[in-house]
Design a protein around this ligand. Structure first.
Ligand SMILES: NC(=O)c1ccc[n+]([C@@H]2O[C@H](COP(=O)([O-])OP(=O)(O)OC[C@H]3O[C@@H](n4cnc5c(N)ncnc54)[C@H](OP(=O)(O)O)[C@@H]3O)[C@@H](O)[C@H]2O)c1
Length: 256
């Protein structure tokens, strides 16, 4: 599907080696997009190349986009190899859970770099290479609105990303640049199932469902969105003892 001026768009996909990367890459490649996949790890990049690589259509590049130079190199490489650059799917991220007062003091720096700085450096690098319109997609979390205990470094670094993304969107929307985010809870991935054997994954979104929203946010269907964070929460819900059952006289739990 062509989404930008009749030509298949060229997208930079950063953090493509992560849990959500393959489903999103598969979806965008099936649509006919041309992609430059970026990650830091040579071996993981080689695996992605083996699975999706096709010269001039889906290629890989090893760089650390949390570094300004790495981000500039990746964006320039996309334009050089594919002839243009029309957007960014920024899947880079890092997570930490546990009380702040027990954490290694390197953790806040690590999360800040992965969740905030990488997005800033990559977006500005893509903006410099894109001519005219572009679509950029970031990933955030509902925890930015209610940072639960033990998730402060993660929530704070994603909150910074979300705030910056909205401001950036206002700066660039007049040149046709759409910057939006997927706001999601934990996805149903092999890693998540291994780490949380007791969790109810019936409430989680799958990487394929996330990929469909990325498809939307990188298509003309989202032309009205600038600076939006689209909730992709699946059947997730906060629970609290204060909620109790349904109000007296209201519908019974069985009917809900
Ligand atoms: N999966 C979920 O349940 C979930 C929920 C909410 C939000 N999100 C967000 O959605 C996005 C994609 O999720 P995911 O599960 O695919 O993430 P992931 O598996 O943790 O992958 C993260 C990616 O980020 C890269 N990365 C990490 N630290 C980096 C750094 N300092 N510099 C450059 N690259 C770095 C990794 O690349 P290397 O291969 O180079 O290490 C990897 O490709 C992330 O932003 C994540 O925070 C995910």
């Amino acid at each position: 599907m062509s989404t930008l001026g009749g030509e298949p768009p060229v997208l930079l996909v950063t953090g493509a080696t992560g849990q959500l990367g393959p489903a999103t890459v598969a979806r965008l490649a099936a649509r006919g997009d041309r992609l430059l996949l970026v990650g830091r790890d040579e071996a993981r990049m080689a695996a992605l190349d083996k699975e999706f690589g096709s010269p001039g259509v889906v290629e890989t590049f090893t760089a650390d986009v949390s570094d300004p130079l790495g981000a500039r190199l990746a964006a320039a490489e996309a334009r050089e190899r594919m002839g243009s650059l029309n957007g960014l799917v920024h899947m880079v991220g890092a997570f930490h859970a546990g009380p702040s007062y027990l954490a290694d003091l390197a953790e806040p720096d690590r999360l800040w770099r992965a969740n905030f700085l990488s997005a800033v450096h990559t977006s500005l690098a893509v903006l410099a290479q894109a001519e005219g319109a572009a679509r950029m997609v970031f990933f955030t979390t509902p925890l930015i609105h209610e940072p639960l205990p033990g998730l402060g470094f993660y929530a704070a670094s994603k909150a910074a990303l979300a705030a910056w993304m909205r401001s950036f969107s206002h700066e660039v929307k007049h040149r046709g640049v759409h910057a939006n985010a997927v706001m999601m809870t934990m996805a149903d991935t092999p890693d998540a199932r291994r780490e949380r054997p007791g969790a109810d994954f019936g409430q989680a979104v799958t990487p394929e469902l996330v990929a469909r929203v990325v498809d939307f946010l990188t298509s003309e269907a989202s032309d009205g969105l600038y600076g939006a964070a689209v909730p992709v929460l699946g059947r997730f819900g906060f629970t609290t003892g204060l909620a109790g059952g349904p109000p007296a006289g209201g519908p019974s739990a069985e009917r809900l």
